[in-house]
Design a protein around this ligand. Structure first.
Ligand code: ADP
Length: 348
């Protein structure tokens, strides 16, 4: 049952109308027909009461109907897709509409906040990208302009051409990494998953990075011997890339005569955890949660000179997550870092 609500505006309007009608009748009976008041006063009084009640019911119904129709129009123009159609005449509709509009308002505020965040993220990304491309581009431009001016010495010409080529290589390297990330983010990157031996894959990466490791007399090793192959089910090429990026970082941010140690731990439910630990410069805790973001760097000036694109860890995370696996990082400044990720064992 609908609860009775006294509507003041309707009552005042009904009262005014009733008073006007009764007054007109009074004037008509008294002045025009010249009847004595006692003859029509009780009739007018009764009429006043009945008219007041009828006018009140009629006006409050029309007011409500008018209001709800207007509010509904407003509601629909705000949320055109709404399936909600209030039935005219129910006063709860106004409360319902108010609640819905309040919710809509808070939803929109949330959406605006999200858009603002996205906008600032995009701005930061474009700024970082421009910064990243600027250095090699200016290097290339500098050498090319000098060469255009003309240099006699053939040795210097060759040296400058080599530097130009390095700059171009670096540009290509950044663009390729970006392209790969975009493919992962848009879901266009595919995985070619097959069983392969993860021990052999790690040994392969060790071999490829041997030269780089020997440059600062660092050692790449397993924590113990792994005499048996350990078969995992994943995209071998992509996992080699993950291993390469993580081991290269352990060298880049390692100390002289540092040690990079890889260990494997078989977990339950057919999972394996691969750990890459170093005793390098480490990372302060405040940076850890942003480490896998594109272009995020702990030391903005130093690391760029070491040749990375700032996308290495972002790529690693995308590859691991595309496999449905997880990546973790633990680190302590001046002590070292440990990156670990899970893979699924091939039990066939
Ligand atoms: P890049 O190495 O090109 O700067 P990455 O995405 O590979 O980009 O790494 C992001 C940042 O994480 C690096 O700039 C570095 O500050 C930090 N980092 C990554 N790996 C290590 C590590 N093993 N030890 C210390 N810092 C690391």
């Amino acid at each position: 049952m609908e609860r009775f609500k006294f509507k003041k505006a309707s009552f005042v309007s009904a009262l005014l109308v009733t008073v006007a009608v009764v007054l007109l009748q009074f004037l008509f009976f008294f002045f025009f027909l010249e009847l004595p008041i006692s003859q029509f006063s009780s009739m007018l009084f009764m009429e006043f009461i009945v008219l007041l009640i009828l006018a009140y019911i009629l006006l409050s119904y029309s007011f409500e109907r008018f209001l709800i129709t207007r509010v509904r129009e407003l509601y629909k123009s705000l949320i055109p897709t709404t399936s909600y159609t209030p039935s005219v005449g129910q006063s709860e509709d106004i409360d319902l509409l108010t609640t819905s509009l309040k919710k809509l308002n808070s939803d929109q505020n949330l959406e605006i906040e999200l858009l603002k965040k996205e906008q600032s993220y995009r701005r930061e990304f474009i700024g970082n990208l421009a910064h990243e491309l600027k250095t090699p581009l200016f290097t290339v431009q500098g050498y090319v302009l000098t060469l255009v001016d003309g240099i006699e010495d053939k040795k210097i010409v060759k040296k400058y051409l080599k530097q130009t080529s390095k700059g171009v290589d670096r540009l290509i390297y950044i663009i390729k990494d970006l392209d790969l990330i975009t493919k992962f983010e848009s879901g266009m990157a595919t995985l070619d998953q097959k069983p392969f031996d993860i021990i052999a894959a790690i040994e392969n990466v060790f071999e490829l990075l041997e030269m780089q490791a020997s440059e600062n007399k660092s050692v790449l090793k397993f924590d113990r011997e792994y005499p048996e192959p350990l078969m995992v089910y994943a995209d071998e090429e992509r996992i080699q890339q993950v291993l390469t990026n993580l081991i290269v970082n352990s060298l880049k941010y390692g100390v002289e005569r540092g040690v990079t140690e890889v260990s494997l731990e078989v977990l339950k439910e057919d999972k394996i955890l691969i750990r890459i630990a170093d005793n390098g410069e480490g990372i302060d805790e405040e940076h850890l949660h942003r480490l896998f973001e594109r272009f995020y760097r702990v030391d903005k000036t130093r690391n760029r000179n070491q040749g990375g694109s700032g996308l290495g860890l972002a790529i690693v995370k995308h590859i691991i997550e595309a496999h449905g696996e997880k990546i973790f990082v633990e680190s302590e400044a001046k002590v070292g870092s440990e990156f670990s990720f899970s893979l699924t064992l091939d039990r066939n």
